[in-house]
Design a protein around this ligand. Structure first.
Ligand SMILES: O=C(CO)[C@@H](O)[C@H](O)[C@H](O)[C@H](O)COP(=O)(O)O
Ligand SMILES: [Zn+2]
Length: 200
């Protein structure tokens, strides 16, 4: 058992160290997201399974707060409304659950982030295709190689791993860095010590 734990932690650390090579792309994503938010745009998130949970997590960081007191930032996870998800899946098919919301909600100047460790989830790909030509900046967070998602978005951050769990772990670190950079840009401040330590 100890071997499995040690090997998992070692693999996690190794993937995160290599993820450092994505720093320029993370900075680009943060700049685009901050620009969009400051101009009245919104940051949308989509993904399946564990990535759906990451979408909600990251939208909550922006709408609520990350590490600084500041006004709420407009961010929406397309993974949360069970009535929309079930009606669209039932009437149009599961592949349309995100695309239909993109069609209804995404506007010129918004940012759409798709999280897919394989880069090949059909509902994420269809939504990216639906966002094309609408002035929406399309970003993919994927694993090694990027899958088909790499071809459908303008910025693709491919974590250098083929293991779903390790890729997801790197995605949430990238998401937290993104929230930190966006908050810093919007407020012009370093983290508030109280908020950064989770105190109210
Ligand atoms: O969290 C996990 C595995 O760690 C699973 O729920 C995983 O997210 C699901 O199998 C997803 O359907 C995988 O989709 P994707 O990342 O390839 O787009
Ligand atoms: Zn998981």
């Amino acid at each position: 058992m100890r071997d499995l734990i040690d090997a998992t932690i070692a693999a996690h650390v190794a993937v995160l160290q290599e993820t450092g090579a994505l720093a320029p792309a993370i900075a680009e994503l943060a700049a685009r997201a901050a620009d969009s938010l400051q101009r009245g745009g919104r940051v949308f998130w989509m993904g399946n399974g564990g990535s759906a949970a990451d979408c909600q997590h990251l939208a909550a960081e922006l709408v609520g707060r990350f590490e600084r007191e500041r006004p709420g930032l407009a961010s929406i996870a397309l993974t949360t409304d069970s009535s929309i998800l079930t009606s669209v899946a039932n009437d149009y098919g599961f592949e349309s659950v995100f695309a239909r919301q993109v069609e209804a909600l995404c506007r010129d100047g918004d940012v759409l982030v798709g999280l897919s460790t394989s880069g090949n989830s059909a509902n994420v790909l269809r939504a990216m295709e639906r966002a094309a030509g609408r002035g929406v900046y399309r970003v993919g967070l994927t694993g090694a190689g990027g899958g088909r998602l790499a071809d459908t978005c303008e910025l693709c951050l491919s974590v250098p791993s083929k293991v779903t769990a390790r890729i997801q772990e790197a995605h949430i670190v990238i998401g937290h860095i993104l929230c930190d950079l966006v908050e810093q840009r919007v407020t012009g401040r370093l983290p508030d010590p109280q908020a950064a330590q989770g105190e109210c």
